[in-house]
Every structure is written in structure tokens, then in C-alpha cells.
Design a protein around this ligand. Structure first.
Ligand code: KG4
Ligand code: ZN
Length: 344
């Protein structure tokens, strides 16, 4: 292990997450999860086949206070018992993020508790810490969410170097678009995961993205097009076969690039995070490859892969211990650099 395991803030941290379509609050003490409440808006966005930003922000306004109350109650704490408040300030939908940021600032102002801003994607990596403890460094992390697909080198805590990222759609976005083409609901990833179980991936041809290119970038738009093309054929293929072929192609693309980086850089561990990390085939395939390479693979349980506030409170606890504090001028960012927090 190259770096020291850093200190963690030792008082309860309330985490708040509203970057997309989950209204979430959680309490973490050290790296122990004390409560975790997620109010999903999937029912609200289902009929539109994707998240409607304006509706997401309004629903956060309606639900956030009750969700925070529930998280505090489940942890048997009052606001006065908290050590700090951590809030997602990006990347994400700015209107949705702003609800959480404004609430967290008001709570910090009224209670006198310190505030810290958290990068949502860093949260996805730290979901692992809540179940497995602090990770050894240097680490290689694959973050696969609805809007991001990033392969990262983590030489030490809080340091990130982007090795590769998607050139078009994110992996989760590709799952959602392919699901829509197949007439499945939103979010599409779990639906394709389920439908694939009874499909034969060998029955539908899929291209291998960026096959002739080295490096660690990703591309998924060609796979989405291949799904549309397959569905236009007569006789029309079994949707389960299309889903299985698409899922297998996405997963082998993700795994191939990650294995390449792992072989090149020899990390002390491999970290997976983000909603797509809940995918059964991805977990199995990466698990097999990590075992072959002799590198420990850390996976969050599926309920910590998708958006939640526990992972946000956990990042907050590390940042607070490093002395980071946000001012009441904290705002929301649609994009944020990996290596840190909001530019001031
Ligand atoms: O991380 P996340 O909850 O939200 C963002 O930060 O974007 O990721 C949501 C994405 C969605 O695109 C959803 O379809 C995908 O994660 N997802 C899955 C699975 N569960 C969620 N994709 C593939 N297989 C799954 N089991
Ligand atoms: Zn996310």
C-alpha cells in the first residue's frame, strides 16, 4: 500500500443527495452507516422514459425535509447531535442539486454545524468504503453511472487521474436508451439485466466498440445503434436475445478496457461504483478477471450502487477530517473536476 489510510471525521455526518432522481439523506459516523433513506422518483419519470429535470427538482422540494427527518430519526439523532452536513454539489442536474445545496446551507446556518460539498462521482467510489473499509492505494476505479463512464487512477486518497472516459453516451445512458428501444421502462439497466437472463447473446450480432484502438476510452453509441438495427429486422428477433447481446457487448467493452489498465498499472485494488455496478454480468465478469489478475475487486452491494446519501456522507467524513469546509456561497455545478471540489 503506497499511502496511509487517512483520518475520518469522528462525529455523525448528515449526507444529502439530490443530484438526479433520488431524494436521499443518510447519517454516517466515522465509516459506519447509521441510517440511509432513499426516496426514488422512478415512478414520476417512468412515463417519460427518462428524468425530467424540472419535475425532479420540484419533487426534491416536496420530499427532502421528510427524508432528512426520517434519516435522523432512524439514526436516533437530533440536528444538535450532528458534527457536520455534507451535500452533493455536482455533477448533476443543476436545478435538482440546488434543492439539496440550499437546504444544506440553511441547516448549516441555523444549526452552526460545518458544511462540506461533495462530488457525486467520488461518492460512488466511497460506497465501497462503507462496506469494505478504507481501500488500499494506488487503486484503479471504474465509475459507471447514468451520465458518466470514467476509468480513474487513484494514487492516494483524494487524488484522481482520469485514464479514460466515454466519448459519447455513458454506460447507464446506453442501457436506458436500449431499454427504451426495446419498449422497456425507465430506468432501463435493471430491466435489461432481468430480460437478458432468458436471452441468448449469440443470436444477435454486436460490434466491438473502439476495437482497433489502444488506450482506455469507451464508446457506447454504436451498440445502441446496433440494437435499433436488430429490432428493424424481419423476422424480428426475440427482445430477450437483443437485450442479452447488448448487455454482453457493453460489459465486455467495460471489462476489456479496465483489465488493460489493471495490467498496465498494477493497482493494489480495483474499485467499481455507480448505478451500472449493480449489473449482474458486469459484477461476475469483472470478478472473474480480477481473480485471474490476482487483484482484489471491491464492489458495493447493489443497494449502494445506485444513488444514495450514505456515500456522500462518507466522502464528507474524509474531507472534513482533512479540514475542508464549504462556505455559505456553495453552489451547484453541472460538471465538476474529479480532483476536487468546486472551483472557487
Ligand atoms: O449512479 P446512478 O444511480 O445515477 C447517476 O449518477 O446517474 O446510475 C443510474 C444508472 C441508470 O442509467 C440505470 O439504468 C443504471 O444506472 N443501472 C443499471 C442497473 N441498475 C441501474 N444498469 C445496468 N444494470 C443494472 N442492474
Ligand atoms: Zn450516481
Amino acid at each position: 500500500m503506497s499511502g496511509q489510510i487517512p483520518a475520518v471525521f469522528d462525529r455523525p455526518v448528515l449526507g444529502i443527495e439530490t443530484s438526479c432522481d433520488e431524494t436521499a439523506a443518510a447519517v454516517v459516523e466515522g465509516i459506519q452507516l447509521r441510517s440511509n433513506v432513499v426516496a426514488s422518483q422512478a415512478d414520476l419519470h417512468h412515463r417519460y422514459g427518462g428524468v425530467v429535470p424540472e419535475l425532479a427538482a420540484r419533487r426534491h422540494i416536496e420530499r427532502l425535509v421528510a427524508v432528512v427527518d426520517e434519516a435522523l430519526e432512524a439514526a436516533s439523532l437530533d440536528v444538535a447531535d450532528l458534527g457536520a452536513v455534507a451535500v452533493t454539489c455536482g455533477p448533476g442536474l443543476v436545478g435538482a442539486l440546488s434543492v439539496g445545496v440550499a437546504f444544506a446551507k440553511s441547516l448549516s446556518l441555523a444549526s452552526g454545524k460545518p458544511l462540506v460539498g461533495v462530488n457525486h462521482l467520488e461518492g460512488h467510489i466511497y460506497a465501497n468504503v462503507l462496506v469494505h473499509g478504507p481501500f488500499p492505494t494506488p487503486a484503479l476505479a471504474l465509475v459507471v453511472s447514468g451520465a458518466h463512464t470514467d476509468l480513474l487512477w487513484i494514487p492516494d486518497y483524494g487524488q484522481y487521474r482520469v485514464l479514460g472516459r466515454t466519448r459519447d453516451d455513458a454506460a447507464g445512458e446506453a442501457f436506458d436508451k436500449a431499454a427504451r428501444a426495446l419498449g422497456l421502462g425507465y430506468p432501463g439497466g435493471p430491466e435489461i439485466d432481468r430480460l437478458s437472463r432468458r436471452g441468448d447473446p449469440a443470436r444477435v450480432p454486436m460490434p466491438e466498440p473502439l476495437a482497433s484502438e489502444g488506450g482506455y476510452d469507451f464508446s457506447f453509441s454504436g451498440l445502441k445503434t446496433a440494437v435499433l438495427r436488430a429490432l428493424q429486422q424481419t423476422p424480428s428477433p426475440d427482445p430477450a436475445d437483443v437485450a442479452a447481446a447488448f448487455q454482453r457487448a457493453v460489459v465486455s467493452h467495460l471489462v476489456r478496457r479496465t483489465v488493460r489498465a489493471a495490467e498496465d498499472l498494477q493497482p493494489a485494488c480495483l474499485l467499481l461504483g455507480g448505478g451500472v455496478a449493480a449489473n449482474r454480468l458486469l459484477r461476475e465478469s469483472l470478478g472473474r478477471e480480477a481473480q485471474r489478475l490476482g487483484i482484489p475487486l471491491w464492489l458495493p452491494p447493489p443497494w449502494l450502487c445506485t444513488d444514495n446519501a450514505a456515500m456522500i456522507a462518507c466522502v464528507g467524513a474524509f474531507r472534513l477530517a482533512r479540514g475542508e469546509r464549504a462556505g455559505l456561497d456553495l453552489r451547484a455545478w453541472a460538471d465538476l473536476p474529479w480532483d476536487g471540489l468546486p472551483p472557487r
